[in-house]
Ligand binder design. Structure first.
Ligand code: UTP
Length: 480
């Protein structure tokens, strides 16, 4: 069996015929697999990728834009939410009348964390070892119960995470969400290209190496899956997106939603104060009424260290990828001709060499291509930033146990600290050095109102409403 003619032609035109080099050694199953994969490649995007890898590789962000840019004024949400009293009612009303949906971004490969399976199944609960999915979906279910309206949730997966995510969530009955109010949609893949030859890499004789097209793949994939209509049919007018690796994320915080509504923004985005120049976080910047997020790697050192007279960094609005979008804005962006630009990163990607031997480089050998959802910002009529306290909303899980930052230990510590703080606001003391965890059903103080003030927690435990549950001597349910 020869490779299908149209595939050979497309490959030859694109200078990629090398991916067929093991064709004659493949059995029928392998040939069908490879042919099917090649059939799915969007060659127009492929041209954009080659263009990005050659012409635009080192362009970065326009220096003229950066030289006049500043941090947008934005709003501040204080930890006790007192400053938010004016915004909360609008957000609560939107939740109560069912105007708000959510998008959980869970298609990443979690290559740094090196976990088995999708990152969302990682057992992160400090005591319970509840997974990221359990915590995030459980909280959404609790918000639905509190306001009397289920929050429709669209979950973005990728070829790396799709099957396992669906199987896991079905097995766990969506952690309390109505399955009819959950939509899965799968982002596209793009093939990494070898840096030296701009050719695709094989990770098996019958398979081209692929990677998800970045969190910005969300826009096109959501629309292709009918997701925008799915939300609209449910009366949704605003959708808040958040990432699976942040168990403190509060995309449906009523004050945040209220600010979005009151400011009549196309996008409202949560930011945290960037304090040191070398923090690896993108920053929201603004010039001439245009807002954008600049990746830390695109911010020249001279600018990232610049300080304002009050001592803060000139660019201090660190993006944490919690964005609330007006649904109509997303629909307009999809309908618009321009797609989100491709960004490229140099990564080490393992591959089969000419002789079929696996090579696992330790230094970057390939360009990976990604779209970023924040490239929607310049298209928005109005973007509002809401500065939150990271202790209340940002603890990303990126690196494996024992790492110096963003490790499971750091995330669990942040969860315990947040729980202790909430309990102490309700006058519940927790003995020193004791780990305590809030069940996902606890959204805020209101859910702890029946805990007797003055009570004291002496053993590691999970707080479930007014009661506490401890696991024996506090040893976790299972180890990570
Ligand atoms: P990261 O860029 O940190 O990627 O994604 P990651 O997959 O978690 O980890 P690394 O970089 O491979 O180590 C931040 C969030 O965006 C999602 C991830 O699932 C995570 O929630 N994401 C990232 C996608 O959904 N798709 C992508 O293509 C990339």
């Amino acid at each position: 069996m020869q490779p299908p003619r149209h595939i050979v032609e497309s490959l030859e035109q694109a200078g990629q015929a090398g991916v067929l080099r093991f064709w004659n050694e493949l059995d029928d199953e392998g040939r069908t697999r490879l042919a099917r994969q090649l059939e799915e490649i969007d060659w127009s995007v492929f041209d954009d990728m080659r263009h990005a890898a050659t012409v635009a590789a080192d362009e970065g962000v326009d220096p003229a834009f950066l030289s006049v840019a500043s941090t947008p004024a934005g709003q501040r949400l204080s930890p006790d939410h007192r400053s938010a009293a004016a915004w909360r009612p609008a957000g609560e009303e939107a939740l109560a009348i069912g105007q708000v949906g959510a998008i959980l971004v869970a298609g990443g490969q979690a290559s740094r964390l090196r976990c088995d399976g999708p990152k969302g199944v990682y057992p992160i609960g400090p005591i319970s070892r509840a997974s990221l999915f359990e915590i995030l979906l459980g909280r959404l279910a609790a918000i639905g119960r509190r306001y009397g309206r289920e929050v429709p949730l669209a979950i973005m997966t990728s070829s790396s995470t799709d099957a396992e995510t669906k199987a896991y969530l079905e097995a766990h009955r969506f952690f309390g969400l109505d399955p009819d109010a959950v939509l899965f949609f799968r982002q596209a893949d793009l093939p990494p290209l070898a840096i030296d030859s701009l050719t695709m890499l094989l990770d098996a004789p019958d398979h081209v190496a692929m990677a998800p097209d970045g969190h910005g793949g969300m826009l096109r994939a959501l629309s292709a899956a009918g997701g925008i209509d799915w939300f609209a049919r449910r009366g949704i007018e605003h959708v808040s997106s958040f990432q699976v690796d942040n168990p403190l994320a509060s995309p449906l915080d009523p004050a945040f939603l209220g600010m979005h509504l009151v400011s009549n923004s196309d996008i409202t985005t949560q930011v945290v104060e960037k304090r040191e120049p070398d923090e690896r976080v993108g920053v929201v910047v603004e010039a001439g009424g245009v807002c954008r997020v600049v990746e830390y790697s695109d911010l020249p050192k001279t600018l990232s260290g610049e300080r304002l007279p009050d001592g803060r960094l000139r660019f201090h609005a660190g993006s944490i990828a919690v964005h609330c979008f007006r649904l109509a804005f997303l629909a307009e962006a999809v309908a618009g001709k321009s797609s989100l630009p491709l960004h490229l990163a140099r990564k080490a990607v393992s591959f089969l060499d000419e002789s079929g031997k696996r090579v696992s480089p330790t230094t970057p050998n390939a360009f990976k291509f990604e779209r970023f959802i924040f490239d929607l910002f310049p298209l928005a009529r109005r973007v509002t930033t809401v500065m939150i306290d990271p202790a209340e909303g940002f603890a990303p899980l990126k690196h494996p146990p024992g790492s110096v930052a963003d490790s499971p230990e750091h995330v669990r510590r942040a969860m315990v600290t947040q729980a202790r703080r909430l309990l102490s606001r309700m006058e519940v003391a927790v003995a020193d050095g004791i780990d305590v965890e809030l069940a996902p059903s606890i959204i805020d103080e209101f859910d702890l109102r029946h805990m007797p003030p003055g009570s004291r927690i002496e053993r590691p435990c999970v707080v479930i409403g007014e009661s506490v549950v401890s696991w024996g001597d506090g040893t976790p349910r299972s180890s990570s």
